[in-house]
Write a protein that binds this ligand. Sequence first.
Ligand code: HEM
Length: 430
Amino acid sequence: MDAETSQPAAPAETADLSAAPSRRSVIGWAGAGLALGAAAAGSVAAATMKQDAGTAPAVDSTADIPFYGDHQAGIATPVQDRLHFAAFDVTTTDRAVLVRMLKDWTKAAAAMTGGREVGAGATGGLPEAPPDDTGEALGLPASRLTLTIGFGPTLFEKDGVDRFGLKARRPDALIDLPKFRGDRLEDARVGGDICIQACADDPQVAVHAIRNLARIGMGVVNVRWSQLGFGKTSSTTPEAQTPRNLMGFKDGTHNIAGSDTAKLADHVWVAPGEGPEWMTGGSYLVSRRIRMTVEAWDRTSLKEQEDVFGRTKGEGAPYGKQKERDTPDLSAMPQDSHVRLAHPDSNNGLMILRRGFSFTDGTDGLGRLDAGLFFLAYQRDTRKAFVPLQTKLAANDKLNEYITHVGSGHFACPPGIRKPGEWWGQALFG
Ligand code: HEM
């Protein structure tokens, strides 16, 4: 199907906005006006937090997150509860067809993140034609949906072929990830030409978004692999309660806060002059599907579990300290503990922005749960962040007794779309 046919004849998204039906008559307090008005992703935290009387700010889980901004939403945005991540293979060889799809995707993404239906909606089109929107999010608010796009190494060059004339535009930082010690990667869960990270506080909204993008992309892209996630395992909002991963430990205690513009600039956003212009303000995403051998973990003593991380299970306090947020004394932690090895003080100040989610995908066929952590990390240069860190962890981390990396992806996520009419990948393809 040509993606063009799935869209109404609207020249720009401004036209779309007035035409596109809202999924419900009253949308979240943040509202569509705010969605368009708040330009910078840095304003996202403020735009989606509301203050509970006398307590830490709580996230309004119905709100819409601004789609337009200097940086893509879904990176510094306060982490939502649910994830649907999809990696796509581009099947067309026609650059113009791919560009057309990216334009259509952008329009659809702007609509869905604003709580609106795609195109003419689930019921607003011609009765003789398939609807523009699949409809399962009808009546649901935007639910803080963010859609974040990334381009994988194979979009630029695959099997030595410069498929879309992009080879010279591949950033040096977008390396083919090396094989790390202990990796048990499954081909069906590795790579991808394009990825979309859909995060929302309602799983139906996240799934709806990926499904509609896949539908629009029919004949242009195929879903290569996808991952559902729940119970965010990393917080980027230090003022909120830290979530727990499936090992029962607080995860995200020491992470880059979405509101910490200095740390984001230092560790997450690509600076001007670093690689190709089209990536300035963007970030590199590493995804790793990490299985946990929960059966073995659950038979491990509490002391051993705490030794694995160097933090207590209940409070999440670093060894030798009382409170979760106390400054760690790394020397009080076992040498092979995860936190001691991963802490910036052990790595010349290196930090990554972790944004992972838990997963359980049935069984592995051997009577065990197929469960773990879908690790997502954003960084300014993967060669200087994930690669050295994971090389070290893979060789030394006590946690390795209980985990296995089975899936992997690496994607260049461009900066944000700044205004209606721009499209995902415009600076790359332009
Ligand atoms: C299933 C796999 C993993 C689990 C269960 C896990 C769990 C945890 C936990 C519980 C913490 C302590 C709380 C916190 O500060 O967030 C932590 C910290 C951290 N983890 Fe992981 N992690 C996993 C994989 C990874 C990987 C693959 C990396 C990077 C290559 C990584 C990097 C970090 C970093 C940088 C910290 C912060 C250390 C600090 O600054 O104190 N983790 N992780």
